[in-house]
Design a protein around this ligand. Structure first.
Ligand SMILES: C[S@@+](CC[C@H](N)C(=O)[O-])C[C@H]1O[C@@H](n2cnc3c(N)ncnc32)[C@H](O)[C@@H]1O
Length: 305
């Protein structure tokens, strides 16, 4: 009997046996008091490997993150390439362990240079197989603006790697992210519409502007964090790769984009961030997004009754 219950526990995942508040309470029991706790989310200031290592197996439905790329940004300590890849392997293994059996991991990576070998090698080439996850797909995020170049093509993309724990069982809510911009929506074959009426599959090359800074070209969503995710990219990932009430994690939270978007979509969220100033920035941003969304809901009910 005990074996059957244990097997069921592992199969279904602890997360699915608990519901919302209980999931966050369970995390608080493992990690202690969060640096900040808001409605349906927790933020811990600290090293993500240390924090994840204290979490129970199979807790998180979806992880979306972008780590430091080891390129000398203000929030990272430069390592040798081997040390950096070993470090990445450590936190990727922790993410795998705390992910539910049908869970998902979306990893955004840029480029590094390797002296005498490569000017800008895509980090996914070096990291894709340092993970116990099943690699399902690479998505190219193409953005309009970036650095200019004269002796090579102007770089205009970064990659997202889509990993799943089980290639036969994962969440993919395609209808929630279909692209309504269809060229010939009324095209028919044998009297039937050829296109899905909701829209087309958004494909594996995504066009979304980068979060830009600068006097006249600063994005509306811009914070002072130097490497912010665009809300639109994370919105597509969270809608397609998780369900309402699921727990979403970002272990390199930065300015808090993942939590803001997770909450807007009715998910629970947890974030880890080493720098306290970024935690404060994320909290301010998330709380003002919650207020804005509440006001928008109130406006809508005002006019719809
Ligand atoms: C590329 S940025 C993430 C930005 C984020 N995607 C956003 O939308 O703002 C990486 C973040 O990881 C944080 N960081 C670096 N090492 C960390 C660690 N060991 N544990 C937790 N956070 C860390 C950095 O301070 C930085 O804010």
């Amino acid at each position: 009997m005990l074996i059957v219950i244990t097997e069921l526990w592992v199969k279904v995942g602890i997360a699915n046996l608990m519901k919302s508040d209980e999931q966050l309470e369970h995390i608080k029991k493992s990690l202690g008091r969060p640096t900040h706790e808001g409605q349906n989310y927790l933020i811990y200031s600290g090293d993500c490997i240390a924090l994840m290592s204290r979490m129970t197996d199979s807790m998180v439905d979806l992880t979306v993150t972008s780590p430091p790329y080891n390129i000398g940004k203000e929030y990272e300590k430069l390592l040798s390439l081997d040390e950096y890849l070993d470090w990445c392997e450590q936190w990727i293994r922790e993410i795998h362990r705390i992910t539910v059996p049908n869970g998902t991991f979306w990893l955004n990576l840029g480029y590094v240079s390797i002296p005498q070998r490569a000017k800008a090698i895509p980090l996914p080439y070096l990291l894709w197989d340092r993970s116990p996850f099943f690699m399902l797909q690479e998505v190219v995020w193409h953005y309009g603006a970036g650095v200019a170049a004269k002796r090579f093509y102007s770089p205009r993309n970064e990659k997202f790697i889509w990993y799943v724990k089980n290639s036969d069982d994962y969440v993919f809510n395609l209808d929630d992210v279909r692209d309504p911009n269809v060229k010939y929506p009324n095209q028919k074959k044998n009297g039937k519409l050829k296109c899905n009426t909701i829209g087309k599959n958004p494909m594996d090359v995504w066009q979304f502007p980068k979060v830009t800074s600068g006097q006249n070209r600063s994005s509306k969503e811009r914070t002072s964090h130097p490497a912010q995710f665009p809300v639109a990219v994370i919105d597509r990932i969270i809608k397609a790769s998780s369900n309402a009430g699921d727990l979403v994690l970002d272990p390199f939270l930065g300015s808090g984009t993942t939590i803001e978007v997770a909450l807007a979509n009715g998910r629970l969220a947890v974030g880890f961030e080493l720098k306290e100033e970024y935690v404060e920035m994320a909290v301010r941003r998330i709380e003002s997004a919650i207020k804005r969304q509440a006001q928008e809901r109130a406006q809508r009910t005002l006019f719809t009754g």
